[in-house]
Design a protein around this ligand. Structure first.
Ligand code: NAP
Length: 283
């Protein structure tokens, strides 16, 4: 079964940078019309300059539910339904969960989970009626493991992985595939300070990374072939393959060692509260 027409319309979230931008480049090179979605209009404009005339851009903050609804309404008003939707936009947040800023955690969960479900729901109904289409959700190799110091991010990707597989089973008989992609660490700015902030962790020092181009090729191949579950490279294969058989008593300290920030990096070793705030005061 083929899920892509010869001149597909492809919508990619998080397309102004990293994996999303590289995926857009590759789709444009194969003749697709691409709609790039992310927040920063200047970054999107720069991307348009390098990608040529067959791209459109939409500046949408996908953590904002009202903005998403307004964006989807505008697409409906034009009668636009993509042949391929790549839910790629995602944020990481590392460090001590208890000490993290709630607004950052909430924003990450909105982007990594709620926006993915909303866009998938919007497009799935339309693709089902059309009898064809491909949805590709970018998860992560950590999706099948509990990861101390990266806990909420890994759990958000577990959500994406499970959702995608179940929806693929529901929709495949109607000509619609839902693929989920599991990259290991990728050479983008995702891990930088102010973003996922993983640069000082052992996981980035010890294990090889893959390029955004490799992930983009996997995204396109998954959409073309309707592949349900994609693991990229040997590191991701080991991380995901050993997850079910590792005793948690060993796995949690091992993952903690890999993902805990070293040295002066933010988050994992925050200052302890002062004595005056350690004990609750009852009035
Ligand atoms: N890089 C890795 O090591 C790695 C590994 C496994 C999985 N992944 C997953 O791969 C995906 C892409 O990661 P990447 O490495 O390409 O990240 P990246 O280089 O940081 O790019 C993220 C993209 O998402 C957009 N974005 C961020 N917040 C947004 C929001 N609220 N609304 C709309 N767009 C938003 C960014 O543009 P604006 O800031 O302008 O909005 C940018 O285009 C993510 O889902 C990530 O979890 C990455």
């Amino acid at each position: 079964m083929s899920f892509i027409t010869t001149q597909p319309k492809v919508m990619i979230t998080g397309a102004s940078d990293g994996i999303g931008l590289e995926t857009a480049r590759q789709y444009v090179a194969e003749g697709a019309r691409v709609l790039l979605v992310s927040r920063g209009i200047e970054k999107l404009r720069t991307a348009t300059q390098s990608l040529g005339d067959s791209v459109e851009v939409a500046a949408v903050d996908l953590t904002d539910r009202a903005a998403i609804e307004s964006f989807l309404s505008s697409l409906d008003a034009r009668g636009y339904t993509p042949d391929v939707l790549v839910n790629n936009a995602g944020q990481g947040l590392s460090g001590s969960f208890a000490e993290s800023d709630w607004s950052q955690v909430a924003s990450m969960l909105e982007l990594n989970m709620v926006a993915v479900v909303r866009l998938t729901h919007w497009v799935a109904g339309r693709m089902k009626i059309a009898g064809r289409g491909a949805i590709v959700n970018v998860s992560a190799a950590v999706a099948t493991r509990p990861i101390p110091w990266f806990a909420a991010y890994a759990a958000s990707k577990a959500f994406v992985t499970n959702l995608s597989q179940a929806l693929d089973y529901e929709l495949k008989p109607h000509g619609v595939s839902v693929s989920v992609i599991h990259p290991p660490a990728v050479r983008t700015s995702f891990a930088d300070q102010g973003k996922a902030d993983l640069r000082s962790t052992l996981v980035l020092k010890l294990f090889p990374t893959v390029s955004a181009a490799t992930v983009a090729r996997a995204v396109r191949s998954a959409a073309r072939r309707g592949r349900r579950f994609v693991i990229i490279g040997p590191v991701a294969a080991i991380v995901m393959g050993t997850a079910p058989i590792m005793p948690r008593a060993l796995d949690l300290p091992f993952m903690s060692m890999l993902f805990k920030a070293r040295g002066a990096a933010r988050g994992n070793n925050p200052p302890r509260p002062s004595r005056s705030t350690q004990s609750p005061r009852y009035c």
